[in-house]
Design a binder for this molecule. Structure first.
Ligand code: SAM
Length: 311
């Protein structure tokens, strides 16, 4: 394992070390407890630490991510290295970014048999992921795999997409409701700005539900694994991406309002009611149409109409 523990918080890129010791495979309760006790590890709620303890589910996640010997994997939040071991067995290489300094010595031990893993001690929300991918995989697309802390699910996914990090897919464990929202279709209660943002960049597919009993400690919510396969280019063409997302957000800010009222009440857009009414009419939509019934294609068309009006 190559690892970057940092001198202080963040620091030097370090050595590659091969230990000639037997390291038990994680992914079961006994070995997980053993390693946690050895390092007297204390779970930190603020880092959303729920470690996977079910080998069967771990194998299925790696399958769902379609990892092959040709792949470089970016794992976000390796924890004690459980999923990392499964990934390292299958992939060409694994880059694992972990925020908790208390886990770095644990990872040093649990990943010591693997030459193809680099651990980086960083906050994934602060590190330049694009640069790491360029350095480690010559800018070729990586596959992102993560059992994410639920509080950073959306910011991470959006950062990966919006910053155009070279990636083929993101296969992630998320709160079940979030997976449902990502895959939701127009007119359903789960459909919203997140569903549209995801569909602009990727094809979402919920791969499996994961019960709380598969984690230590057990989370209070149900989880699901979703795979987002990135499109080579977005399925719709817009004049301005930021403008499209501003329109989408404003349309869902006031869910029970008509699209016309929702958009005209959004002070930050600066579009008049008449312009919106004209765009809705030109698109052949009923004047009382609600934002939550519009497809991505319709939002793209609407944003282009309104952008032209403004320009
Ligand atoms: N992958 C491990 C597993 O499946 O057993 C651990 C998953 S646990 C739900 C989430 C992991 O993400 C923890 O190890 C936590 O410390 C780490 N983490 C939390 N916030 C992070 C951040 N901003 N950047 C990098 N890692 C983070």
């Amino acid at each position: 394992m190559t690892w970057n523990t940092g001198d202080s918080e963040h620091g030097k890129y370090g050595l590659t070390e091969r230990r000639d010791c037997f390291m038990a495979t994680l992914g079961n309760v006994k070995n997980t407890i053993e390693i946690l006790e050895k390092y007297q590890f204390r779970f930190q709620k603020k880092f959303g630490q729920n470690f996977l303890i079910d080998g069967n589910i771990l194998g299925k996640i790696v399958d769902a991510a379609q990892i092959t010997a040709a792949d470089c994997v970016l794992e976000i939040g390796p924890g004690i290295g459980t999923m990392t071991q499964y990934l390292a067995e299958r992939a060409k290489s694994v880059i694992a970014v972990e925020i908790d300094k208390n886990l770095i010595p644990v990872l040093q031990e649990t990943l010591s048999p693997y030459h193809n893993v680099r651990v980086i001690h960083e906050d994934i929300l602060k590190v330049d992921i694009g640069r790491i991918v360029r350095e480690d995989n010559n800018g070729e697309p990586v596959k992102v795999v993560a059992n994410l802390p639920y509080y950073i699910t959306t910011p991470i996914i959006m950062a990966l997409f919006e910053n155009h990090v070279a990636l083929h897919s993101i296969t992630i464990m998320v709160q079940r409701e979030v997976a449902d929202r990502m895959q939701a279709v127009p007119g359903t209660k789960d459909y919203g700005a997140l569903s549209l943002a995801v569909r602009y960049y990727a094809e979402p597919e919920i791969m499996m539900r994961v019960p709380a009993s598969c984690f230590m400690p057990k989370p209070n919510v149900d989880s699901a694994v979703i795979r987002l396969t990135r499109y080579e280019k977005p399925p719709v063409e817009v004049k301005d991406e930021a403008w499209l997302f501003a329109i989408i957000r404003a349309s869902f800010n006031q869910r029970r309002k008509t699209l016309l009222n929702g958009l005209s009440n959004a002070g930050n857009l600066g579009i008049g009611k008449e312009q919106i009414a004209a765009a809705v009419e030109q698109m052949g939509l009923p004047s009382a149409v609600r934002g939550e019934t519009l497809t991505l294609e319709q939002f793209a068309e609407l944003s282009n109409y309104l952008f032209r009006t403004e320009a």
